[in-house]
Design a protein around this ligand. Structure first.
Ligand code: ASP
Length: 307
């Protein structure tokens, strides 16, 4: 069976000067996942290894370097899914851990549940041996201070609707990470991790930990979405791609049709990566940027800022 893996670093507008780092960071992460697959490892191990590297890279909005919520702390969402057995593990609004994707995997492997949230997810992480880790970097803290000041000036002290502000300041968007892969046994897996949308209300959960929305793996495809999760959840975007492929659409067309719908219905700022069981990697986005890297079969890793 052909092996393949593709990873993204978030749909949005990357800050000038950070593009090269984003593309190189993705390339290094995908090299790691490729090494796992080429050594005969599972798609699950490959996507987790890839996402861990991206979570540890502070330029991405996941794990260390995640964006802060309105009150100035991180709430991390992540999920994994494996096609065989439709196994899912997810965490939402997790505050202090280095690699949320590994906690999500533990939820899948060590509990009867699909998702743990907030305080319960935090306690579970500690029981599973994940030490306390503050994901906030000085750069993200400075961003947050700047944004809070501007939001107060632009919207007034009590506005809770941030979308307009963020649309006017798109340089602040992006950075979620995701990886999808197919292994030598034809098993597909998806992993997505994020700090969510910047300045989100405390307790807000996005699409990334919701199976079928921001993350999904079936026998047909594995997909990971990025961009404003409220739109991705309405469209159940990743699941819709799987259904289209199941009914005979090539994966690239299935992704394009889902994105067309998101543009038409919501003018959504969304991007999607997917891979099918034949090892075809796809990246498409409605935003200006979505750094991504991929390989399939015997090919070397390729990486770029825009599809
Ligand atoms: N989809 C993520 C969320 O809504 C954010 C992003 O990908 O930029 O939480």
């Amino acid at each position: 069976m052909p092996i393949a893996l593709i990873a993204h670093g978030g749909a949005g507008n990357w800050r000038p000067g950070s593009e090269q780092d984003a593309v190189e960071g993705l390339k290094a992460a995908v090299e790691k996942g490729r090494g796992v697959l080429r050594a005969g490892g599972s798609a699950l191990d490959a996507v987790c290894a890839t996402v861990v590297i991206l979570e540890d890279n502070p330029i991405f909005n996941a794990g260390t370097g995640a964006v802060l919520n309105f009150d100035g702390f991180c709430e991390l969402d992540a999920s994994v899914m494996v096609s065989r057995g439709a196994c899912i593990g997810a965490v939402a609004a997790l505050q202090r851990v280095r690699n949320p994707i590994l906690v999500a995997r533990k939820v899948m492997e060590e509990t009867d549940h699909v998702m743990l949230a907030g305080e319960g997810a935090q306690r579970f992480a500690r029981v599973m041996g994940f030490p306390d880790h503050d994901p906030i970097t000085p750069a993200r803290r400075a961003d947050w201070q700047d944004k809070r000041k501007r939001v107060d000036e632009v919207l007034g002290k009590h506005s809770l609707k941030m979308r307009r502000f963020l649309k006017d300041h798109p340089e602040y968007a992006g950075g979620t990470v995701g990886a999808v892969a197919v292994d030598k046994d034809g098993i597909l897996a998806a992993a997505t991790s994020t700090g969510g949308v910047t300045m989100k209300l405390v307790g807000r959960v996005g699409d990334s930990p919701i199976a079928g929305a921001g993350n999904y793996a079936s026998n047909h495809i594995a997909a990971s979405a990025t961009g404003t999760g409220e739109f991705v959840m309405r469209a159940l975007a990743a699941r819709a791609i799987s259904e289209a492929v199941q009914h005979g659409a090539p994966v690239a067309r299935a992704v394009a049709e889902v994105l067309d719908g998101l543009r038409r219905d919501y003018e959504a700022d969304v991007g999607i990566i997917a891979v099918d069981s034949a090892g075809t990697p796809v990246a498409q986005h409605l935003t200006r940027d979505m750094p991504h890297a991929y390989f399939s079969g015997e090919h070397e890793v390729a990486s770029r800022m825009r599809a």
